[in-house]
Design a binder for this molecule. Structure first.
Ligand code: GLU
Length: 454
C-alpha cells in the first residue's frame, strides 16, 4: 500500500516553527516513499476556527515548500462523524453522561484523596430511565463517552489491566494500559465533536497509513487504536516525535509570535533555514542548512530522533539563513533582487553576498552603488582624502583599480593599513564596514567616487 500521511492543524492561530516539525516529518516521509501528503484542517471547533488562519496556514506551508496533494476541512465532513457516532452508540460503546464539569472535578478529587487513580467510574452507565428523565427535565444535555475495552467481559465496572501495543516508527515498541485511562468524551453536551472521533474517522476514510505527530499524543494513541478497532477500521502505523522547546525547555505555544512562520518570513529568513532547524534539531544529524526538500529528506532518519526534548536556539534561523545566502548563485536570487528594485548584476551579487545575512540585505548595498551616500570624512583626514582624490585613476575600472589606486595613495601620503583604507572606505561608502571595495569600486564608478571624495 502506498504511503499516505496527514498534517492536521487547528486553524485557531498562526503556525510556528514547532508546528512545522510534524508537518515536515510527514511531508518528507511521504516524499521519500513516493506517497501522498494530506493537509487536513482540524476545524470541528467552529467557534475558535477562523478562515483567515486556514488561509494563513496554506500560505505559510507554500512558502516553506510544502505542497499538499489533497486539502480537506473537517467542518465539511460532519455527516461521516455522525455516522460513526451512531455506529458506536448502536454497539453500546458510546454512552450518555450527565455530570457537570464541577461534579467531575469533585469526583476526581475524591478519588485522589482515597489514593485511587482519577479514572471516570462509568456512573453514566448506571443511570436509570428516571434519573435520565430528571436530568433532561432540568435542561441538562448529555455528553458522550467511548467505553474503553478495559474491563472484565460483560462487567464494565470491573476494570482489568488491558495493554495496547504498537511499534512506533520513531520510538519503538510502546504500551498503554487502557485501564489507567478514563473513557474519553467524544461528543460534547452541545453536540460538537472533540478532536478524537473526527480524526480517527478521517484517518480511516482517507487511507492514512502513518500518523506522525508529537509525543504529547502518546496516551491518545492507545485510546485511538481501541476506537479504530471498535469501528472495524484499519489501524495506521504511529510515530511520535519529541517536541521543539526553547533552550530553557519552554514549549512553543501558538502565541509565540516571533517564531510564527509569518514573522520569520517577514524578517527575511530563508524557508529552507526554517525547515532545516525545525527538522534537524533534536536528531542525531548536525543542524545544518539543507538547500532543498530533497536534501532535507535525505538527512531525516526517524531512528535518529532523540527521546528527549528538541531544544533549539531561535538565533540559529539567522545563522542558517546567512549560510544559505552566502552559497546562493546570482540565478538563485535574480528574481528576488528585481522584486526589491535591486538592479545589480552577477558582479554585484558576488561582491555583496558575503555581507548579506538575508537576501534583502542586498538592498542596502545597492543603495551604496546607485544612491546618495553621506561621506564620512574626519577633520584630520581632509588633506589625505584630497590627495587621494587627485590620484583617482581614469576609467575604465576593473577589480585591479582599487589596488592600483591605494598603492599610489600609499606612495604619496606614506599612510598604510587601516590608516590608509578606513578613511577611504568611510568617504566612499559612509560606513566603517561593508563589501570589499576592490569589487565595489567598479560598480560605483569614477563620477560618484569623485563626488564622495569632496
Ligand atoms: N490538531 C491536532 C494537533 O495539532 C492533530 C493531532 C494529530 O495529528 O492527530 O495536536
Amino acid at each position: 500500500m502506498s504511503v499516505t500521511v496527514r498534517f492536521a492543524p487547528s486553524p485557531t492561530g498562526h503556525i510556528h516553527i514547532g508546528n512545522v516539525r510534524p508537518a515536515l516529518f510527514n511531508y518528507l516521509f511521504a516524499k521519500k516513499q513516493g506517497g501522498n501528503f494530506v493537509l487536513r484542517y482540524d476545524d470541528t471547533d467552529v467557534q475558535r476556527s477562523k478562515e483567515e488562519y486556514a488561509v494563513g496556514i496554506a500560505e505559510d506551508l507554500k512558502w516553506l515548500g510544502i505542497n499538499p496533494d489533497r486539502v480537506e476541512k473537517q467542518s465539511e465532513r460532519f455527516a461521516l462523524y455522525d455516522a460513526a457516532a451512531t455506529k458506536l452508540k448502536d454497539a453500546g460503546l458510546l454512552y450518555a453522561c450527565y455530570e457537570t464539569p464541577e461534579e467531575l472535578e469533585r469526583r476526581r478529587n475524591r478519588a485522589r484523596a482515597l489514593g485511587r487513580p482519577p479514572v471516570y467510574d462509568r456512573a453514566g452507565l448506571k443511570l436509570t430511565d428516571e434519573q435520565i428523565a430528571e436530568y433532561e427535565a432540568e435542561g441538562r444535555k448529555p455528553h458522550w463517552r467511548f467505553k474503553l475495552p478495559n474491563h472484565v467481559e460483560g462487567d464494565p465496572f470491573s476494570f482489568n489491566r488491558t495493554e495496547v501495543h504498537w511499534d512506533d516508527v520513531i520510538r519503538g515498541r510502546q504500551t498503554v494500559d487502557l485501564a489507567s485511562l478514563s473513557d474519553p468524551v467524544l461528543v460534547r453536551a452541545d453536540g460538537t465533536y472533540l478532536y478524537t472521533l473526527p480524526s480517527i474517522v478521517d484517518d480511516a476514510d482517507m487511507g492514512i497509513t502513518h500518523v506522525i505527530r508529537g509525543e504529547d499524543h502518546i496516551a491518545n494513541t492507545g485510546v485511538q487504536i481501541a476506537i479504530f478497532q471498535a469501528l472495524g477500521a484499519q489501524v495506521p502505523e504511529f510515530g511520535h516525535h519529541n517536541l521543539l522547546t526553547t533552550a530553557s525547555g519552554e514549549g512553543l505555544s501558538k502565541r509565540s509570535g516571533a517564531l510564527s512562520i509569518r514573522s520569520l518570513r517577514e524578517e527575511g529568513y530563508e524557508p529552507m533555514a526554517v525547515c532545516s532547524l525545525a527538522v534537524l534539531t533534536g536528531t542525531s544529524h548536525a543542524v545544518e542548512p539543507a538547500k532543498s526538500m530533497e536534501a532535507l529528506a535525505e538527512m531525516l532518519d526517524f531512528s535518529g530522533i532523540s527521546k528527549s526534548a528538541a531544544k533549539f536556539d531561535p538565533e540559529d534561523v539567522g545563522h542558517l539563513t546567512a549560510k544559505l545566502v552566502h552559497d546562493m548563485s546570482f540565478a538563485d536570487v535574480a528574481d528576488r533582487l528585481k522584486a526589491e528594485d535591486v538592479e545589480g548584476d552577477e558582479a554585484f551579487w558576488s561582491a555583496v553576498k558575503e555581507n548579506c545575512s538575508t537576501v534583502s540585505d542586498a538592498k542596502q548595498w545597492w543603495e551604496l552603488v546607485v544612491g546618495s551616500v553621506t561621506p564620512e570624512i574626519a577633520e584630520e583626514d581632509k588633506e589625505f582624502i584630497a590627495q587621494a582624490k587627485d590620484l583617482l585613476p581614469q576609467e575604465p575600472w576593473s577589480e585591479e583599480t582599487w589596488g592600483e589606486w591605494t598603492k599610489a595613495v600609499k606612495g604619496e601620503t606614506g599612510r598604510k593599513g587601516k590608516g590608509l583604507f578606513m578613511p577611504l572606505r568611510k568617504a566612499i561608502t559612509g560606513l566603517a564596514h561593508g563589501p570589499d571595495l576592490k569589487n565595489m569600486l567598479p560598480l560605483i564608478g569614477r563620477e560618484k567616487t569623485l563626488d564622495r571624495l569632496s
